[in-house]
Write a protein that binds this ligand. Structure first.
Ligand code: AMP
Length: 424
């Protein structure tokens, strides 16, 4: 029978890879805690209308990439990103009534029916943060600076911040008109999607994946030329703060990103282009000062970002040596098995990660397994030695062996594991 396979674009993370995931997740939650963010967990499924309203009807995500379905009479969608759900929860639980500023972080799977490629999946994980109630630009600068520090700690080199401002309603409306006027004479050369968006959402054309469209927009007017005084002051303020922090960035006036909700600050951090190629956007974010109100909450400024975990893992340094357990207990012969299990239990109680080889294997194959598990010590339990009250302790890296009294082995192993830099 043909074996079943995972859904295309959805990946298994096997135990060989989970230590890298755990390390990254721990680093992220630690950084979040250091900056006063609390973890929020929202459902993986939300009403379809939430994404249509928050992300924008005419975005690629909403038009083409959502996993939507109707269950009984409810139109539901597997969340394609985390901000809309967080905003909904913020409003639904009236968090704004209790806290002037709210800082949340999350990690979890997102779902988009995109064409799978290296670094682009249909189920992927994002780690993100949202700040509600702070108009910036100081917290915008804090986030960007924090992210560059974070990328450094996980070993991502050559990360680059791309920065833009999309302005607010008035600036956007003026820019939309200017962009449409620029694009109209080129409309026959635009892709079908972009031609359609000329009326509905011309800003999206700047973000088109079509090479032909990209060629045309290269010379288009930029939003920065159309910012209102207040928007300009916000952007200049952010730039000054980043300069003051010594955080480098490149102003990229045609950066728009795929979600419609952004206002003012918009950023993307790219890195590891050699490994990620076209998918080098490690994370992206920006302000969405209008979203809370448009979803039925009080007018509340907000900013957030989301980083793709799979891409960060490719870009980051690999973790140090793989270590599943510190000790493999090797019982020699059936009679020693129960003594081996007992010793395993004692070692674990003393805090040493231990596996007991239960298959009745040969010495050679047990030692091979100890190495494969990354153990630093093998404790050989044989009938003859046990009746003499001793076990054999082998240090694998040093290829050394010593006879140790049974009643001293647990303490000695714990000490040696700590000296050798063990996992437990
Ligand atoms: P976005 O939510 O589109 O702003 O994307 C934020 C980040 O999530 C990107 O910079 C990527 O690192 C990651 N990301 C977005 N879409 C995908 C995908 N289909 N597969 C893997 N990572 C993704």
């Amino acid at each position: 029978m043909e074996p079943l396979r995972a859904v295309r674009g959805m990946n298994d993370v096997l135990p060989g890879e989970t230590p890298s995931w755990q390390r990254l997740e721990a680093a992220f939650s630690r950084m979040a805690g250091l900056h006063g963010f609390c973890e929020v967990r929202t459902p993986y499924v939300e009403p379809t209308a939430l994404f249509a309203r928050a992300i924008g009807e005419t975005t690629d995500v909403v038009e083409k990439e959502m996993y939507s379905f109707v269950h009984h009479d409810d139109a539901l969608t597997l969340r394609p990103e985390g901000t809309a759900g967080a905003a909904r929860a913020y409003i639904e639980h009236k968090v704004h009534d209790r806290e002037p500023v709210t800082r949340w972080w999350y990690i979890g799977p997102m779902f988009r029916a995109e064409r799978p490629a290296r670094g682009r999946y249909r189920q992927f994980f994002q780690a993100g943060m949202e700040i509600f109630g702070d108009p910036g630009p100081a917290c915008d600068a804090e986030l960007i600076d924090m992210l560059m520090g974070f990328l450094g700690t996980i070993g991502v080199r050559e990360a680059e911040v791309l920065l833009n401002s999309l302005g607010e309603g008035e600036s956007r409306a003026r820019y939309r008109d200017a962009l449409r006027a620029f694009l109209l004479p080129h409309q026959d050369a635009l892709s079908v999607d972009s031609r359609r968006r000329l009326d509905t959402n011309p800003l999206r054309i700047l973000d088109s994946k079509s090479e032909q469209d990209q060629e045309i927009v290269k010379t288009a007017p930029t939003i920065l030329e159309h910012l209102s005084d207040a928007d300009r002051a916000h952007f200049d303020g952010l730039r000054r703060l980043l300069d003051g922090l010594g955080t480098p960035y490149r102003v990229e006036p045609r950066l728009v990103r795929g979600l419609d909700y952004y206002t003012r600050t918009l950023f993307e951090i790219q890195g590891a282009k050699d490994k990620l190629g076209a998918q080098a956007a490690l994370l992206g974010g920006g302000r969405y000062d209008g979203m809370i109100e448009s979803l039925g909450g009080p007018a509340t400024p907000a900013i957030g970002f989301a980083a793709g975990i799979e891409r960060l893992l490719v870009a980051a340094d690999p973790p140090a040596v793989k270590r599943v357990v510190d000790v493999l207990v090797c019982p020699l012969g059936q009679a020693a098995l129960s003594k081996g299990l007992e010793l395993g239990r004692e070692l674990r109680r003393s805090g040493t990660a231990t596996e007991v080889e239960c298959r009745g294997a040969s010495m050679k194959s047990m030692l091979r397994r100890a190495n494969a598990l990354g153990a630093s010590i093998a404790v050989v339990v044989g009938d003859a030695e046990l009746s003499a009250g001793i076990v054999q302790m082998k240090e694998l890296a040093a290829h050394s062996q010593q006879a140790v009294p049974r009643d001293q082995i647990v303490a000695l192993v714990a000490r040696r594991v700590a000296e050798l830099g063990g996992a437990s």
